[in-house]
Design a protein around this ligand. Structure first.
Ligand code: ZN
Ligand code: MN
Length: 133
């Protein structure tokens, strides 16, 4: 929170509610999910407010936007580099915290400058795999 203030981020009650919802959230929610969760408590909150807040936090490097779900962008409040698994049945996104070695130095040798990298896994989560049987 202090960090946000020092970054010139205005903390309105609605923005605070969004931050609180995202803090420690491991579900990788979409903007719509955040909206649904908060609109009962904040009836005047609009989807636009959520998009704006997400955009702001993203620009400040405090959250990361995941694009591996083809249906909607998902928010990751953990900006530290890590990998993800998307369940193609329930569309839940799980953190993959194992270290995966990718020869990034080869790409750099080819002249690419890498800003960020992550490995995406797609398949069935343990729950959906059990149901399928
Ligand atoms: Zn699943
Ligand atoms: Mn994550």
């Amino acid at each position: 929170m202090e960090k946000l203030k020092s970054l010139g981020f205005k903390l309105t009650p609605q923005r605070l509610a969004i931050l609180k919802y995202l803090k420690g959230n491991k579900e990788h929610p979409s903007a719509e999910t955040i909206y649904k969760a908060l609109k009962r408590k904040f009836p005047t909150m609009s989807l636009a407010t959520i998009y704006n807040t997400i955009e702001n936090l993203k620009k400040k490097g405090l959250i990361w936007e995941l694009t591996l779900d083809p249906d909607k962008k998902r928010i990751d409040p953990n900006p530290e580099p890590h990998h993800h698994f998307l369940c193609e049945k329930c569309h839940r996104i799980f953190d993959v915290l194992y270290e995966i070695s990718v020869p990034l130095e080869r790409l750099e040798q080819e002249g690419f400058q890498i800003t960020r990298s992550q490995v995406e896994f797609i398949g069935l989560c343990p729950h959906c795999k059990k149901i399928k049987k």
